[in-house]
Write a protein that binds this ligand. Structure first.
Ligand SMILES: NC(=O)c1ccc[n+]([C@@H]2O[C@H](COP(=O)([O-])OP(=O)(O)OC[C@H]3O[C@@H](n4cnc5c(N)ncnc54)[C@H](OP(=O)(O)O)[C@@H]3O)[C@@H](O)[C@H]2O)c1
Length: 344
């Protein structure tokens, strides 16, 4: 028997991608329901070759829903996830609302898939920030081999990470540059077209941004609390696909060749690393794909055991929708959903 799946935020960037990923992976769904705000009541969204009409979250009865994939922001999740979980569905949430709650597992299946079992405390599982997801996929196999002690990461994050309005803003501003119209900045604090903005999410007291803080806290929770992480998060005028320049220090020696070999067979990773023009991945190739692409692996001559690499992934897929669907698959593969149904 298949599962009943609800997608909350189905009209958004991540929600639409969730519906595509569910269809592409032939997720064992008996029924899929698209939910969004009242504003989108009746809006059509694609699920494989079918079209679903969006329903309003506030009027939906979750009592026979098995899985709820949430991607409607923190405020909506804070109010709705506990109610949906109480009604009996397992909530897999994409916002940052529950990620740091000790009773909510934060999961990247390639890294800490077994931790899904602890969803029972609140009935909620958190999906990490898009930049963290691809980072930990790349770090995990290297950590297993040589024990990472410190990571310095600079991100180059696409505008789709800030939602569909942010994509519209880049498009409109780019057009305005050519038509010599006024450039209006609403979603971003400065013009994003033909520009780079070293600021994502709010500033914190210590001068870091919340996005940078998230990468630190989430890498520790998912991979290892002992790893020191420092991040600089930057928005770039790319529509889809986040890139990261990553400096990694290890307790034990590891060569670039060895790291490349390990990453070639690591789950979720795809190495493209020819030392020639174009022999590396860019967001253009990663968009629409599932893999975390790794390129430019080299030894860092300035530290004892260090590597530098470039890592690119589709933020709407591994950074959000794909990871959420993989979490749902992890529950099914471990028989945790049927066990929940039997216990109900
Ligand atoms: N984009 C990424 O790379 C990424 C990665 C990881 C996590 N996330 C997280 O995923 C969430 C969604 O991001 P997004 O990029 O998809 O945003 P988005 O494109 O702006 O879409 C937001 C979605 O939430 C719905 N929504 C808003 N208020 C609602 C309400 N009161 N009740 C029900 N639905 C409501 C919207 O419905 P309407 O169309 O009806 O307004 C829309 O479907 C955010 O929490 C974001 O932080 C995003």
């Amino acid at each position: 028997m298949g599962y009943k799946v609800a997608v909350v935020g189905a009209t958004g960037n991540v929600g639409r991608e969730m519906l595509s990923v569910l269809a592409e992976r032939s997720f064992p769904a008996e029924e899929v329901v698209a939910l969004a705000s009242r504003r989108s009541l009746g809006s059509e969204v694609s699920y494989g070759d079918r079209t679903l009409k969006s329903k309003a979250l506030e009027h939906f009865d979750f009592s026979d829903t098995d899985i709820c994939l949430m991607s409607a922001g923190s405020a909506v999740s804070k109010e709705w996830s506990p109610k949906i979980a109480a009604a009996g569905a397992v909530v897999i949430d994409n916002s940052s609302c529950w990620r740091y709650d000790a009773d909510v597992p934060l999961i990247v299946p390639e890294v800490n898939g077994d931790a899904v079992a602890s969803f029972r405390k609140k009935g909620i599982i958190a999906n990490p920030n898009c930049s963290t997801a691809q980072l930990v996929v790349a770090l995990k196999p290297l950590h297993d081999r040589a024990k990472i002690t410190r990571v310095v990461v600079a991100t180059y994050q696409s505008v789709s990470g800030a939602g569909k309005e942010a994509m519209d803003e880049l498009f409109a501003q780019t057009k305005s540059v050519f038509t010599l119209d006024e450039i209006a900045a609403k979603k971003f604090p400065k013009r994003i077209a033909f520009n780079v903005i070293p600021h994502i999410d709010v500033f914190m007291e210590d001068g870091f941004t919340k996005e940078e803080w998230k990468m630190v806290a989430e890498t520790k929770k998912i991979l290892d609390p002992k790893i020191k992480v420092v991040a600089t998060c930057v928005r770039v005028p790319v529509f889809v696909g986040h890139s990261e320049a990553v400096n990694i220090e290890f307790e034990n020696p590891i060569s670039a060749d060895e790291a490349r070999e390990i990453l070639c067979t690591a789950p979720g990773c795809l190495v493209i690393d020819k030392r020639e023009a174009g022999g590396y991945a860019t967001p253009f190739e990663a968009a629409g794909e599932d893999a975390t692409y790794i390129s430019r692996v080299r030894e860092d001559p300035t530290v004892e055991n260090g590597l530098v690499l470039w890592c690119v992934s589709d933020n709407l897929r591994k950074g959000a929708a794909l990871n959420a669907v993989q979490i749902a698959e992890s529950l099914i593969n471990r028989d945790l959903l049927n066990a929940k149904r039997r216990a109900a």
